[in-house]
Write a protein that binds this ligand. Structure first.
Ligand code: ATP
Length: 372
């Protein structure tokens, strides 16, 4: 396999006794759109700044294109950074802003004009060459900043919360635009964000960080479907967590005896029987059905142990969100469970009302079993 473009090996960054980045190993491939994701203060910006050369690792090393970056200043690295504030020079026109770095590098006028034009075309700002930043919208200014970074043809573009200064609607529109631009130019993007929706929507792979430690690196769908631990399960999307003891653990199935629920999964769990585990169940993977005195129970998969993968509950609250409805269901012991129900099939189906008794049920394929 080809050598990854970026290799981060055992990198730590300490500020006094505090480890902002703690022993991170990570490889990023050429052409990837990679997102570093995590809550505020988790160390993602510090890691990005070490890639840029703005911060020096306390331990470990960073290789870009096979070359150790130790002692190499920011302007000599094959990277370019787009900052959160997407600062552009207010007194310069769009084309002067975009061409600025090339002028400093002494690129000849003709080539400069051609590359500026090319970069503006990429970010769809042709025709805006002579405008000043105050004659542009927030999204257009953001694209000027992007063009200014891309015009230098870096191997890696580092983006620090690139959309956070934009309003919600524009941010959403820019997500796909940025992903399309990345795909077109094929430059490796490393983006820092605390917004999980943003990371999942844009990146090929994400690294989730917490307290300086890289928790998991995976594609967006693998992070969602196969979270490595409770932190990731909870940080990515919404989840119901059942803490319990592992009572059967065979290669093909496992049973978790949780507080008020039995969770049967059709895949073995690598953990000692009797140990504490967590079953993570996404709200959209739970079925809701009417529960009546003497009525039928919902069907369960063949082989399901008695009483497993089913709970009696009562609707306590719901939020209608157009395409879906989110229910808060109270199960035995006062435990609240979140269920998301798509409204696609809702013709003549009026859903469930407050205080209505319901069954919750799920497939043995649905829960992810977590050991920590
Ligand atoms: P945010 O999303 O809020 O920017 P982050 O995940 O990017 O957060 P970092 O900026 O990397 O977090 O900071 C990680 C931790 O390191 C924080 O607790 C921060 O206070 C601390 N830190 C960062 N820079 C320094 C510094 N120069 N001196 C001391 N502590 C620092």
């Amino acid at each position: 396999m080809a050598e990854p473009l970026i290799r981060i090996e055992g990198v730590c960054k300490r500020f006094g006794d505090f480890a902002a980045v703690d022993n991170v190993d990570l490889a990023i491939e050429e052409g990837e759109f990679f997102a570093l994701l995590g809550p505020s203060g988790c160390g993602k910006t510090t890691l990005l700044r070490m890639l840029a050369g703005l911060e020096v690792p306390t331990e470990g090393r960073i290789l870009i294109d096979g070359k150790d970056m130790e002692g190499i200043p920011p302007n000599k690295r094959p990277v370019n950074m787009v900052f959160q504030s997407y600062a552009v020079f207010p007194h310069m026109t769009v084309e002067q802003n975009v061409g600025y770095g090339l002028r400093i590098d002494g690129v000849a006028k003709d080539e400069r004009a051609q590359r500026v034009q090319e970069a503006l075309g990429l970010v769809k700002l042709d025709g805006f060459e002579k405008r000043k930043p105050d004659q542009l919208s927030g999204g257009q200014r953001q694209r000027v900043a992007l063009a200014r970074a891309l015009v230098k043809r870096p191997r890696v573009l580092l983006l620090d919360e690139p959309l956070s200064a934009l309003d919600a609607k524009l941010r959403e529109a820019m997500r796909s635009e940025l992903a399309i631009i990345q795909d077109k130019v094929g430059v490796t993007f490393v983006m820092v964000t605390h917004d999980q929706d943003e990371a999942l929507a844009m990146a090929c792979r994400c690294g989730v960080m917490n307290k300086g430690v890289l928790q998991q690196v995976a594609t967006p769908s693998d992070l969602y479907e196969y979270p490595a631990n409770r932190f990731v399960a909870d940080f990515i999307g919404s989840v119901n967590l059942f803490e319990g003891k592992l009572v059967i653990d065979e290669t093909s199935q496992a049973l978790i005896e949780a507080d008020g629920a039995r969770v049967w999964v059709d895949h073995g769990v690598t953990g000692a029987t009797g140990g504490t585990v967590w079953a993570a169940l996404r709200p959209e993977k739970i079925e809701l059905s009417h529960r009546e005195e003497g009525g039928h129970r919902p069907p369960v998969a063949a082989g399901t142990p008695e009483g497993a993968n089913m709970l009696a509950g009562t609707v306590r609250h719901y939020s209608y969100l157009g395409s879906e409805t989110v229910y808060e269901i109270e199960a035995a012991g006062g435990r609240m469970i979140k269920v998301l129900r798509s409204n696609v099939r809702r013709y003549e189906d009026r859903g469930f009302d407050y205080d209505q008794p319901v069954w919750l049920s799920w497939s043995p394929q649905s829960p992810a079993v977590l050991l920590s």
